[in-house]
Design a protein around this ligand. Structure first.
Ligand code: ZN
Length: 412
């Protein structure tokens, strides 16, 4: 499975992956998933946006000859369980120039865990589902966890469909182009059958020193748009003291963000920038910069943003510029259900329990009231969202064992 999936969406020149939602590479990975489920006789169910869950339900009729979707968007009822089950899985899309493991590891491990349980002759007393959720990274439409947010209803269909990618293509048009009717987008019927959700994921830092760990929480996360406005002017004739250069205000703000995050034990990153008029020989008129900020608690995140904004504002006064800060999205802390978390850690012989600074569909489902847990597989370098993202095969196999043990416990 790993070898087949490894080639899809990989740029041979960088080794990085790009599978944006509803792009040909992401569709290829999705069809790979559907084929894998079909070969196992799992009944694949899709919601209107294209989130998928493939069911293993010994009690459902028609399971052995499960019909499988060819076009995501239609709902297939054959083999779909009538009672809630345990769903595991992750996502197949990637960031731009991403790694092989973020997302696919959880999907491949879920299928491998089902194979292992079947080989052992285990028969679940509740259905087990393998899920693949669309546009988790938000790399195409700028909205992380797009699929799960629409599924639980915190992102309304109308707003989601109006989102545009960098080329100006709306989500509605992107769906139409792959044969999915935008009218079907909305809260997902898949969730009616998701009694519990467990997502296995590669760890995205260096905190996990054992092969497998259990998540305690997801750090609060905010995306903030800083607009620095000044005055465009000639780079050769404008005296340095006459300038109102928003690039300087931005530059100092980026340094301040780094310092404030270090002081707070938090994270702050300016990773995207847009400059007007973006000419080599012009003092810019405007710089728009996006801050990604995360911290251990909601309070630390709030005070981090306040400190960065204060320093930006003070610098703007000196530069004769202005700064405007807009919160594009703020996700509060996700504390995974303690009972479920401790149960998993117990099943896994007291596996380490640790928080993560990365967002996941698991956080969205947890916020929606679905009992949710996460397993992490060790990342020896801590590098993620990069072609260098890596996990040892031995650790990945321990991850499959752990997931199988957890599913067995939850679906006993
Ligand atoms: Zn991920």
């Amino acid at each position: 499975m790993w070898a087949a999936l490894a080639a899809i969406g990989k740029d041979p020149s960088t080794g990085g992956y790009h599978r944006g939602g509803w792009t040909p590479t992401e569709r290829e990975a999705t069809h790979w998933f559907i084929d894998q489920c079909a070969s196992r006789g799992l009944a694949v169910e899709s919601d209107g946006l294209g989130n998928l869950v493939a069911w293993w339900d010994p009690a459902a009729s028609g399971q052995s000859s499960a019909a499988v979707l060819s076009v995501p968007g239609a709902v297939e009822s054959t083999g779909v369980p009538s009672v809630p089950g345990v769903v595991t899985g992750s996502h197949l899309d990637s960031v731009i120039d991403g790694g092989a493991f973020d997302g696919p590891l959880g999907v491949v491990s879920a299928l491998a865990a089902v194979d292992r349980l079947r080989a052992e002759g285990f028969s679940p007393s509740v259905p087990i589902g393998v899920g693949a959720f669309v546009e988790e990274e938000g790399s195409r439409f700028g909205m992380p966890c797009l699929g799960s947010r629409v599924a639980v209803g915190v992102l309304q269909a109308e707003k989601a469909l109006a989102l545009k990618d960098r080329a100006g293509v709306s989500l509605a048009d992107a769906l139409s182009s792959v044969g999915t009717d935008p009218a079907g987008v909305g809260p997902s019927p898949l969730l009616d059958r998701m009694g519990t959700f467990v997502e296995l994921h590669v760890e995205q830092g260096r905190a996990l020193t054992a092969p497998v760990g259990v998540a305690s929480s997801i750090w609060p996360h905010g995306r903030f748009r800083f607009t620095f406005s000044g005055e465009a002017n000639h780079a050769g004739t404008t005296l340095m003291e006459d300038r109102h250069d928003p690039m300087l205000t931005y530059a100092m703000t980026a340094l301040a963000a780094n310092k404030q995050a270090r002081l707070a034990g938090a994270r702050a990153t300016f990773g995207r920038l847009s400059v007007e008029p973006n000419g080599i020989n012009a003092v810019p008129s405007q710089v728009t910069a996006w801050l990604d900020a995360r911290a251990a608690t909601d309070e630390v995140l709030r005070s981090l943003l306040a400190a960065i904004t204060r320093q930006a504002t003070e610098r703007a006064e000196r530069d004769g510029t202005s700064v405007d800060v807009v919160a594009e999205s703020v996700s509060p802390i996700v504390d995974f259900q303690p009972g479920l978390r401790d149960r998993l850690a117990g099943v896994l012989d007291d596996a380490p329990v640790l928080p993560t600074g990365a967002g996941h569909d698991a956080g969205v489902f947890s916020d929606a009231g679905i009992p949710t847990a996460m397993l992490f597989v060790r990342n020896p370098t801590g590098v993620s969202h990069s072609p260098a993202e890596y996990a040892e095969m031995d650790d990945c196999l321990v991850g499959v064992d752990a997931l199988a043990a957890v599913l067995k416990d939850l679906a006993r």
